[in-house]
Design a protein around this ligand. Structure first.
Ligand code: UDP
Length: 234
């Protein structure tokens, strides 16, 4: 079993059946899966995106300044983080949100020391606000926090069950990889995460497991090392 993990959830997946915002059922399903693995004793860091509320690039299409749009996106990740914290805490699991931008009293400011102390005393820790900088994504924020907290692995919870050589929704012969290297990701032009996030993981030898988080029980399976997704390594 992994000892310390970083779980990346997309903001978009929080929409569930909705077109926008937060679907409480989906939120509670995620909280239940996180509760399940916290009972195993694994230390859990989480990064959640903001695409269900606001994306900087979409903002520029509507005339927003990119930097302000990205700041709006980062604030959206804080909103999602607070919602997830609330759902996790309502199950009796200790959960702390840290922010990449100072905004006490909403949550404490991130530091490696604060994060590790909270993880070691049994808190689920949600890292909100991405990297705190515009022009980045929460995938990069997630890779960065994963490396900083010395996580064993980054789990990327998605709506698909792994990485394929072509789009499985368009090509019925698409082949799923059980394992793949970062170099193959580049050479085959596969888009798992943006290049910044992928480079950060590769350079710091942080493995990623891509799996389907929307099936209950899957998070526990990947934490226990079951090979249900795709593992990316150096
Ligand atoms: N964002 C940013 N810096 C970061 C992380 C996020 O500027 O370090 C902004 C960016 O505008 C992005 C938005 O926050 O579009 C939401 O994050 P992301 O798109 O990664 O969320 P997801 O697509 O996973 O829901």
């Amino acid at each position: 079993m992994y000892k310390r993990i970083l779980l990346k959830l997309s903001g978009e997946s929080l929409m569930g059946e909705q077109q926008y915002g937060i679907d409480e059922n989906r939120l509670n399903e995620y909280a239940a899966q996180i509760d399940e693995i916290s009972k195993l004793g694994v230390q859990i860091g989480i990064v959640i995106g903001g695409g269900n509320i606001f994306r900087g690039l979409k903002g520029t299409e509507r005339g927003f300044d990119r930097v302000k749009g990205d700041q709006m996106g980062m604030l959206a990740t804080v909103i999602n983080s607070l919602a997830l914290q609330s759902a996790i805490e309502s199950r009796g699991v200790k959960c702390k949100v840290l922010t990449a931008i100072r905004m006490e009293p909403i949550a404490e400011f991130f530091s490696k020391h604060r994060a590790i102390e909270a993880l070691e005393s049994g808190n689920v820790v949600i890292f909100s606000g991405g990297t705190g900088c515009p022009y980045f994504t929460t995938d990069t924020g997630s890779a960065l926090r994963g490396i900083e907290i010395e996580a064993d692995v980054m789990f990327k919870g998605t709506r698909v069950d792994g990485i394929y050589d072509s789009d499985p929704e368009k090509n019925s012969n698409a082949k799923k990889f059980d394992t793949i290297t970062y170099d193959e990701i580049y050479s085959k032009g596969l888009k798992i995460m943006d290049l910044t996030a992928t480079a950060l993981c590769k350079e710091n030898r942080l493995p990623i497991v891509v799996f389907n988080m929307d099936t209950a029980g899957n998070l526990k399976k990947v934490v226990l090392g079951e090979n249900i997704g795709t593992k990316v390594t150096n």
